[in-house]
Design a protein around this ligand. Structure first.
Ligand SMILES: [Zn+2]
Length: 616
């Protein structure tokens, strides 16, 4: 049995055909390993190529793709801890172009450049649908000793050509059984069809279905004695979990990323098993598939891999870092990079958002209704408003789509306290929903117009849910980032757009009668604005407003809304009887006769009296 610690080259194949080819190029074959990791289910072939001990593994039968490759590689490195260089050797689909005359049986080697590995991963689904590629780069971990050997081989081939064809023939001579499946197929079966020419009859071969009509083929000149055959290309290999069989997508990647070859495993390996990828070309990554060239292409790739290993001196190999050490350092640096990027991204995003919010807030300068809310709650008596919160009206309003309620009451009946109780209750009952509110206020000039109300509602909306704020950002930038103030109309439009983006919303507006811009069209009168909000069917707005029963408000609301939508407010502490008594006395008591024509003063007297009664 062989000591697994003696093996320095890890060679991975995806298919049995490739495994056979790899084994065929061993100079000597060793017995199986003495010991492998307990969970390692890989099949290994051990042997020697040149001066190096090589361990070859294959993916389980029927499995392919990046993750299978990654797991085979991981197990290999556990069982063979001294592996120093990795090779992924097998077949792939070529991407011929005017720049790279790639033919069947040729060899493509992943060539690291610009600090990248020479392999990139792309998302196949997106390739086909949107023609846009989202490649993932890998760190270049190709060992120095391999890169040096590649350069040596290139120079040698340039001068003297290579012996790959002869090496394959030598193998086939020694193993006649392999000849049928692994010899070079007839040159006439190497057909490169035009990209638009699609193979339609799945069950028929290209010879039958697609034929040899020159009008469907890409014209290519026969290779001569002075051309390398097979030819060897160095460049980028594209890797994905799905098979590339679309000539148009192939061409587009070849052009955009200078891809020479498509395959399905390398991307899974690069960060677990830094390796050189060597692919023999068995088809053109298009709809025309045949298996005829697979054996020979696998042989060509294996022959190249052997060439490469034979160039590496023993002492240079031993001087290389062990792959398992390389990987842990790759993993650490990837983790660090990842954590650092995530942190930075989050911080930048937060900073960005905070800064943006600050700018938008400054520009919008919304009045803050929470001061009214807090003040009202401080004045509230225990149990106040319960009569309403427990009423059917409230439940209906809260739950039925596009609902409206007008709570009206004489001054001092506790409207503002009731509004605040409702807002508080909504917040408790619907913690993840959008609830907006505003208090019109005689005592605060910043809270007396529709314009100010909209600013406040938009800002609450924005603060609540960043993702629905695109209309606001658009307005912000169209105002040249706060150089100009938006008009009320623009604000109204933004607010309606924001409403259209949300499924459901609850809005409470207190003391409409304290709004100085009640009349006029929806862009400046709050009453028409209310009608506009509720008129659109697709919006699911629950709107509740409170006010004194001022004539204009009453007439607007009784004209447009149901009787059920209108509720008179009961004070939590004084009975309706007392309220009615006070109301009547103020208006009928002869002692107060001189105020009879002054409704405002009467209201004021009534308010004071009710407040006194409240305190009793
Ligand atoms: Zn075909």
């Amino acid at each position: 049995m062989s000591d697994s610690r003696n093996y320095t080259v890890g060679w991975i194949c995806a298919l049995e055909t490739e495994y056979v080819a790899a084994q065929s190029f061993l100079d000597e074959e060793h017995k199986g390993p003495e010991y492998v990791s307990p969970h390692d289910n890989n099949d290994y072939t051990l042997g020697k190529i040149g001066k190096h001990n090589v361990v070859i593994a294959v993916l389980p039968d029927g499995e392919y793709g990046t993750s299978s490759a990654a797991s085979v590689a991981r197990d290999m490195l556990h069982s063979f801890p001294n592996v120093r260089i990795g090779l992924m050797v097998g077949i792939g689909g070529g991407a011929p172009s005017s720049k790279h005359d790639i033919r069947l049986g040729d060899i493509v080697v992943s060539a690291p450049r610009h600090g990248e590995s020479g392999v990139f991963q792309y998302d196949f689904g997106k390739t086909i649908q949107n023609q846009s590629f989202q490649p993932t780069g890998f760190l270049n971990q190709t060992p120095m000793v391999l890169r040096t050997a590649i350069n040596g081989i290139k120079a040698e081939h340039k001068r003297k050509g290579h012996q790959i064809e002869q090496a394959i023939n030598g193998v086939l001579q020694e193993s006649p059984r392999l000849r049928r499946d692994y010899k070079r197929p007839d040159m006439n079966s190497d057909r490169l069809y035009l990209s638009e020419f699609v193979h339609t009859k799945e069950e028929e071969t290209c010879a039958v279905a697609c034929g040899d009509n020159p009008s469907s083929l890409v014209p290519r000149i026969k290779r001569t004695e002075s051309d390398d055959n097979p030819a060897i290309f160095y460049g980028t290999i594209a890797s994905s979990n799905q098979l590339m069989k679309d000539a148009v997508a192939r061409d587009s990647l070849a052009k955009e990323k200078e891809v020479l070859c498509f395959e399905m495993e390398a991307a899974g390996l690069m960060n677990h098993f830094p390796c050189l990828v060597i692919r023999g070309i068995c088809d053109y990554a298009d709809s025309h598939k045949n298996k005829e060239w697979q054996g020979y292409a696998a042989m060509a790739a294996a022959a190249y891999a052997k060439n490469l290993l034979c160039r590496i001196p023993l002492n240079k190999m031993e001087a290389e870092k062990k792959l398992c050490d390389v990987i842990s350092s790759v993993k650490n640096s990837l983790d660090e990079v990842y954590t650092a990027t995530q942190d930075t991204k989050a911080t930048v995003q937060n900073l960005d958002l905070e800064q943006k919010r600050g700018k938008v807030e400054y520009w919008l300068s919304p009045p803050d209704p929470s001061t009214n809310f807090n003040k009202a709650l401080q004045q509230r008596h225990k149990g106040s408003g319960l009569w309403f919160l427990q009423s059917d009206n409230f439940i209906k309003w809260r739950t039925q789509p596009s609902s409206f309620l007008w709570l009206h009451g004489i001054p001092g009946c506790g409207k503002t306290i009731l509004s605040s109780t409702i807002i508080e209750q909504l917040g408790t009952m619907l913690p993840s929903q959008t609830i907006l509110y505003f208090y019109f206020d005689f005592n605060d000039t910043a809270k007396q117009t529709l314009d100010k109300m909209i600013r406040s509602l938009i800002y609450q909306f924005y603060h609540n849910d960043e993702k629905d704020s695109q209309p606001l950002y658009s307005l912000f930038s169209s105002c040249k980032d706060r150089q100009r103030q938006p008009t009320t109309e623009e604000l109204c439009n933004v607010f309606f757009e924001m409403l259209n983006r949300i499924e459901e919303i609850w809005i409470v507006l207190d003391a409409l009668d304290e709004c100085s811009t009640r009349r006029g069209p929806a862009i400046n009168g709050v009453l028409s604005w209310i009608r506009e909000i509720l008129n659109t069917e697709q919006r699911n707005v629950h709107l509740l407003v409170t006010s004194r029963p001022e004539q204009d408000i009453e007439s607007e609301i009784t004209q447009h809304y149901q009787k059920d939508d209108i509720i008179a407010i009961k004070s939590g502490l004084i009975s309706d009887d007392i309220r009615a008594y006070i109301h009547a006395r103020v208006r009928e008591n002869p002692g107060l006769k001189r105020w009879w024509s002054h409704v405002e003063v009467q209201n004021e007297i009534e308010l004071r009296l009710i407040e006194k009664a409240d305190g009793m």
